[in-house]
Design a protein around this ligand. Structure first.
Ligand code: ATP
Length: 234
C-alpha cells in the first residue's frame, strides 16, 4: 500500500473539514476523489502532502506515519502535489518553473526536462516565456510538468481541468493516463466526474467531510446516486 488514510479528521479551527476518512492508494493506481464544493477534496490532498496535520487518525506512506516524515522530506519520498489554481511562478520562465520542481535533485534534470517536453511539446516551444503569460491550459501543463520533475511515485492533482476549454481538458486527461502508464500513482480531485472515473481505477465520493461511497470506477460510473449527483443525469 502506497498511501493509507485511517479515520482521518482534519479541522480548520472550529470548522471540521474531514471526518473519519478512510482511503487507500496502491502503487500505480489512479484514484479519484469526487464531491461537491466544500466536501473536503482539497483538504484531503493538503493533508496527504503534509500541509495540514490531522486532528485524529493517521496518514501512512508506505506504512509509515506521515507525522514522522518532515514535510520537506515528502518530495524525496515520492509525493508531489499540483495544487488547485495551478500556482506557478508567474514571473519565472517555463524552464525556471520546471527546475523549481527538481530542486531536491539536479542529477536527472536534463533527462526529466526532455520527458516533460515529450509529454507537453507546447511547453518546449515556450521554454523562455514567463509562466504568467501562458494560457490557462499551458499553465496547467506547467504545473503538472513541475510536479513530474521530482520523479514522484504519487502525484496529487487538484482540479487539473478547472476552467479549461474542452479540447484542452481532453489533452490533460490523456496526459494523466500517460503519466500513470509510466507507473506513477495518481490521486485526482475533479469536478469533471465522468472523465475522471473513465481514467481511474477506483473512486471515493466525499460529502461534508465523509466518504459516503467508494468502489471501482466502473461501478461508480453506473451508480444511480453518482449519476444523479455528479454526472448531471436524472
Ligand atoms: P471545492 O471543490 O470547492 O474546492 P473541496 O471539496 O476541495 O471544495 P475543501 O476546500 O477541502 O473542499 O473545504 C472543505 C471545508 O473546509 C469547507 O467547508 C471549507 O469552507 C472549509 N475550509 C477550507 N479551507 C479553510 C480554511 N483555510 N479555513 C477555514 N475553513 C476552511
Amino acid at each position: 500500500m502506497l498511501l493509507e488514510l485511517v479515520d482521518v479528521e482534519v479541522a480548520y479551527g472550529a470548522v471540521t473539514a474531514l471526518r473519519g476518512v478512510r482511503l487507500t492508494v496502491d502503487a500505480g493506481e489512479i484514484v479519484t476523489l469526487l464531491g461537491a464544493n466544500g466536501a473536503g477534496k482539497t483538504t484531503t490532498l493538503r493533508t496527504v502532502s503534509g500541509l495540514l496535520r490531522p486532528r485524529a487518525g493517521q496518514v501512512l506512506l508506505d506504512g509509515e506515519p506521515l507525522s514522522r516524515i518532515p514535510a520537506h522530506q515528502l518530495i524525496r519520498r515520492g509525493v508531489a502535489h499540483s495544487p488547485e489554481g495551478r500556482r506557478i511562478f508567474p514571473s519565472m520562465s517555463v524552464r525556471e518553473n520546471l527546475l523549481m520542481g527538481a530542486f531536491h535533485d539536479r542529477k536527472h534534470v536534463s533527462t526529466d526536462l526532455e520527458m516533460v517536453f515529450g509529454m507537453f511539446p507546447r511547453l518546449k516551444e515556450r521554454i523562455g516565456q514567463a509562466g504568467g503569460t501562458l494560457s490557462g491550459g499551458e499553465q496547467q501543463m506547467l504545473a503538472i510538468g513541475r510536479a513530474l520533475m521530482s520523479r514522484p511515485r504519487l502525484l496529487l492533482l487538484d482540479e487539473p481541468s478547472m476552467g479549461l476549454a474542452p479540447l484542452i481538458v481532453q489533452t490533460i486527461f490523456e496526459v494523466i493516463a500517460q503519466i500513470n502508464a509510466t507507473g506513477v500513482a495518481v490521486l485526482l480531485v475533479e469536478q469533471n466526474a465522468a472523465q475522471a472515473l473513465r481514467i481511474a481505477n477506483r473512486g471515493y465520493v466525499l460529502e461534508t467531510g465523509r466518504v459516503v461511497l467508494d468502489g471501482p470506477a466502473d461501478v461508480l460510473l453506473a451508480d444511480d446516486r453518482v449519476r444523479q449527483a455528479y454526472l448531471g443525469e436524472d
